[in-house]
Design a protein around this ligand. Structure first.
Ligand code: ATR
Length: 273
């Protein structure tokens, strides 16, 4: 009989996660037997509950806000990518041990590779807005792809300065410079919450951005953010944020089920709606 593989996503809150829809779609598509649950765990209870879930036979989990950093000391081992990012978004459980990795880096890079196949990461500087957890995964992805000049801007400049210590090739600029630093850039990525439904708009002027530059927003609700509308109006190619969510899920699924699943049109449609 085929093994029944229990997995899930842990967050607080977790009700609105799209991950169960993605993973259950793949379980069905590949004819596997397993479950993917959304489990709400308060930050203080994470260690105890994870140990309990490991004993209960769960194979692994995705972790989301607010657990990605908190889970680091709970893991028995974390891989090089998770170490570099400083956050774990996927764990594997084996023989009572917890192994952590970070698939957001793959998700960010693969989204751009798939949706802008002609884009050359090494063709010039990248501008990254934001210095939170998502920004760390993006910076690691850019460095792994050979970007050697990253202009980093964050409302709270100190947080950007801290990232400049942790990652190579970063030059920090003041948040007020966000339209000016676009000159000569090859890529613009928004990792802030600005533009997300319910959040303020991202105020930025793209007129200095070269028409050949690519614009990527990791915000995916709405799918076509104000930033991406501006990119379109300015004549720039752009990549939406939904693909980062879809692609980060692939290596996690592979760790648990042994199959690297693909992102097909039906899945994209299911999750974008
Ligand atoms: P995530 O894990 O998604 O990156 P986070 O760590 O909370 O979330 O980071 C949120 C990012 O959005 C930060 O860069 C934050 O800027 P601050 O470090 O100054 O807080 C940015 N952000 C959120 N609201 C913002 C606003 N109104 N204006 C500018 N930046 C904002």
């Amino acid at each position: 009989m085929m093994e029944f593989i229990k997995t899930g996503v842990i967050g607080h809150p977790i009700a609105h996660s799209k991950s169960p829809a993605i993973h259950t779609y793949w379980i069905r598509k590949y004819g596997l037997t397993g479950s993917y649950e959304a489990i709400d765990i308060a930050p203080d209870e994470l260690r105890v509950r994870l140990k309990g879930l490991a004993v209960a036979g769960y194979k692994g989990f995705n972790l989301t806000i607010p657990h990605k950093i908190r889970v680091l000391p709970i893991c028995d081992e974390i891989d090089a990518t998770a170490k570099a990012v400083g956050a774990v978004n996927t764990i594997m459980m084996e023989n009572g041990k917890i192994y952590g990795t970070n698939t957001d880096v793959f998700g960010f890079v693969e989204n751009i590779r798939t949706n802008a196949p002609d884009f050359d990461f090494t063709a010039g500087p990248a501008v990254v807005l934001g210095a939170g957890g998502a920004s760390r995964a993006v910076l690691q992805g850019l460095i792994e792809q050979g970007v050697s000049e990253i202009r980093l801007l964050n409302r709270t400049r100190d947080k950007a300065n801290k990232l400049a210590n942790d990652f190579k090739f970063i030059e920090v600029f003041d948040w007020s410079q966000r339209s000016a630093v676009l000159e000569g850039a090859n890529l613009l990525v928004n990792t802030t919450a600005l533009g997300l439904t319910g959040q303020p708009a991202l105020e930025i002027n793209l007129s200095k951005l070269d028409k050949a530059a690519l614009v990527n927003d990791i915000v995916y609700a709405p799918l076509h953010t104000g930033l991406l509308e501006k990119a379109k109006a300015n004549g720039n190619a752009f990549v939406t944020g939904i693909g980062m969510l879809l692609h980060q899920a692939r290596p996690a699924f592979e760790r648990w089920y042994g199959i690297l699943p693909d992102v097909d049109e039906a899945l994209e449609k299911k999750v974008s709606g």
